[in-house]
Design a protein around this ligand. Structure first.
Ligand code: ATR
Length: 270
């Protein structure tokens, strides 16, 4: 029987998940479809129940519902519980199971360039929902973490949470400092750069061995990433994270390895 998958959020018009997953179905011969549904906040409960009633195998959840969907689910995986956010739902024996593949997807994407993260230093710019998921996953991978944010109190709250899990973590304002010479990884998690705005921070003085990541993928190169490249750093945008969170969702839904090459090809060329 044909299987059905979807992404729900608002907006979802620009989501690349349908292209990526459909390419995977074509590659593996799986009889499945992946759709996108824009849902208004007041309709979220009904949308979730509707997807279940219609027999969907599972779906992704994007902004702004990753936290708001939780009350409508029956159980959460440890990853979803830890991050307090759900990006993947599976219907299992009639129960809705919420999972989170964003953080692990991010770690997989950077491990293509930095395979061993243990004991290395990560600097995260921003302290919102995206930063939190990434910070928790990098901490789990054994990294030492510095959170820098425009509003330092939010950076502090996140750093204290990491410290409570025995991670070496610190915080500060978003400004240059000696961290620039020491960072092995710098991750830009704010929305600054989506419309070509420039962060109130320059990477001047960064060690050229550092890997610099911006989780934005459109534009493919934000002004931040462009500066990092000009300073000689290796750079990655958010497409790798998108690919790997999708592959991990595939594995969660179907229990089989995702056809990574086909999904990647669709994302980069689709
Ligand atoms: P998300 O869930 O996408 O991470 P969020 O929770 O709203 O979104 O967090 C947005 C992040 O971008 C925050 O770290 C925010 O900084 P503040 O905590 O100081 O608000 C950061 N941010 C947004 N606009 C910014 C700007 N113009 N300059 C610097 N940081 C900015």
């Amino acid at each position: 029987m044909e299987q059905h998958f979807a992404v729900i959020g608002n907006p979802v018009g620009h989501s690349l998940s349908p292209i990526m997953h459909e390419a995977g179905y074509a590659q593996t011969g799986l009889a499945a479809h992946y759709q996108r549904f824009q849902v208004e906040e007041g309709d979220l409960r009904q949308a979730v129940n509707g997807l279940k009633a219609l027999g969907f195998t599972g779906w992704n959840v994007t902004v702004p519902y990753k936290e708001k969907i939780i009350p409508f689910l029956d159980e959460l995986t440890p990853e979803a519980r830890l991050t307090g956010a759900v990006n993947t739902v599976k219907v299992l024996n009639g129960r809705l199971v919420g999972h989170n593949t964003d953080g692990a997807g991010f770690v997989r994407s950077i491990q293509q360039v930095l395979p061993d993260l243990t004991g290395k230093k990560a600097v995260i710019l921003g302290a919102g929902g995206a930063a939190r998921g990434i910070a928790l996953s990098l901490a789990k991978a054994g990294m030492e973490i510095l959170i820098l944010n425009r509003t330092p109190e939010r950076a502090q709250a996140l750093a204290v949470e990491l410290q409570a899990q025995n991670t070496r973590a610190d915080w500060g304002e978003m400004q240059a400092g000696k961290w620039l010479q020491e960072a092995d990884l710098v991750v830009q998690t704010t929305s600054v750069g989506l419309h070509d705005e420039v962060l109130p921070l320059s990477l001047q003085g960064i060690a050229s061995e550092a890997l610099v990541v911006d989780i934005i993928f459109s534009p493919a190169e934000t002004p931040f990433l462009c500066e990092a490249r000009n300073l000689g750093c290796r750079t990655l945008n958010g497409l790798g994270m998108l690919l790997h969170q999708g592959a991990l969702a595939w594995e969660f839904w179907l229990g089989t390895p995702a056809p990574l090459a086909a999904m990647e090809e669709a994302l980069y060329n689709g």
